[in-house]
Design a protein around this ligand. Structure first.
Ligand SMILES: [Zn+2]
Length: 270
C-alpha cells in the first residue's frame, strides 16, 4: 500500500502559472481513492487548511494536516489563540517550522518562533505527528526547539541541514521525508545536496513524500509514487518493494498509538 506523508492538494505559494488546476485536483483526489493511497495532505495557512479539510471529505484516504508556513507568521501574530484552537481538532500538524533565508516576507521572521511554539505545545499535549519545514539556516534552531519540548513524532521534510546534525537527529528518533520533488530535481545542486543526505539516514527513520505535483507533465499520484520508489531504490541500491516496505513500516510506527488516526490504522492494517 502506498502512503504519501506529504502532499499539497492546494499550492498557495506558487504562481498562478504553476498552480494545480481544479480539473487536475479532482483527478488527483479520484486517483488517491481508486488506488487507495493513504495521503497526508499538508496545509500552509488557515485558508489552505480549510480547503484541505474539504478535500479530505472527498476521499477517506486523504488525511488533513494543519499547518502555517513560517513565511506567513506575521499574518498570525495576533491570532495565536485561534491557531491553538485549530490545533486541538487537528489530526496531524504540518507544514510548519522556521525559515529565514527563503521567507517570502522578511517581516515574518520575528513572528516565526512564537507561532511554531503554538504547534509544539499542541504536539506535546496530543503526541501529534509534525511535518517540519526547517530551511534557510534555521535547521539547527528548529531542532533545538523540538528538543525543548517533549516531541516524539517529528518528520524533517526534505531535511536540508548540515550532514553533521543527522547523527543527533537520529539519536532523538526523529524521521526524515524525501521523495519525488528531490529525485525529479536531481542534477540541480540543491536537490543533489538533499538527496546526498539520504545516504546518511537509517532505514528505520525514512518516510516518503510526493510534496508537489508538477503542472508540466502532470501525473497523478499512482503514476508518481512507483517512479519515486524506483528512484529511491536505485539510489539506495535495493529493490523498490523494499523501499515501499521501509516506508510502510515507519508510517505504522508513527501511527500505531495515535488515537486520532484510528481510521488510518485500519487502512494500514495495524
Ligand atoms: Zn510541502
Amino acid at each position: 500500500m502506498y502512503v504519501d506523508t506529504h502532499l499539497h492538494l492546494h499550492e498557495p505559494w506558487l504562481s498562478d502559472k504553476e498552480r494545480i488546476t481544479e480539473a487536475n485536483r479532482q483527478k488527483v483526489i479520484a486517483d488517491i481513492t481508486q488506488n487507495k493511497i493513504v495521503t497526508w495532505a499538508q496545509s500552509c495557512d488557515i485558508p489552505s487548511y480549510e480547503k484541505t479539510l474539504m478535500y479530505s471529505k472527498q476521499s477517506e484516504y486523504i488525511f488533513p494536516s494543519f499547518g502555517i508556513l513560517p513565511w506567513y507568521a506575521q499574518e498570525y501574530a495576533d491570532r495565536l489563540d485561534e491557531v491553538a484552537e485549530l490545533c486541538e481538532d487537528a489530526v496531524m500538524l504540518g507544514e510548519i517550522g522556521l525559515d529565514e533565508k527563503y521567507a517570502r516576507n522578511k517581516a515574518s521572521v520575528p513572528h516565526q518562533r512564537p507561532l511554531f511554539e503554538v504547534f509544539l505545545k499542541a504536539s506535546e499535549k496530543h503526541n501529534l505527528i509534525m511535518n517540519l519545514h526547517f530551511r534557510g539556516g534555521l535547521e539547527r534552531e528548529g531542532f533545538e526547539c523540538l528538543k525543548s519540548y517533549d516531541i516524539k513524532k517529528a518528520i524533517f521534510h526534505s531535511y536540508s541541514g548540515s550532514p553533521d546534525m543527522i547523527k543527533e537527529i537520529n539519536d532523538q528518533g526523529y524521521y526524515y521525508s524525501y521523495g519525488a520533488a528531490n529525485f525529479e530535481g536531481r542534477g540541480n545542486p540543491r536537490e543533489e545536496r538533499l538527496t546526498e543526505r539520504l545516504q546518511l539516514i537509517p532505514d528505520d527513520l525514512l518516510v516518503l513524500e510526493i510534496d508537489v505535483l508538477q503542472k508540466s507533465n502532470f501525473q497523478v499520484p499512482s503514476e508518481v509514487f512507483p517512479k519515486m520508489l524506483r528512484a529511491v531504490a536505485e539510489f539506495k541500491n535495493i529493490a523498490p518493494e523494499e523501499v515501499e516496505a521501509i516506508n510502510h513500516k515507519n508510517v505504522c510506527k508513527l501511527v500505531e498509538n495515535d488515537p486520532k488516526l484510528k481510521h488510518m490504522k485500519q487502512m494500514l492494517k495495524i
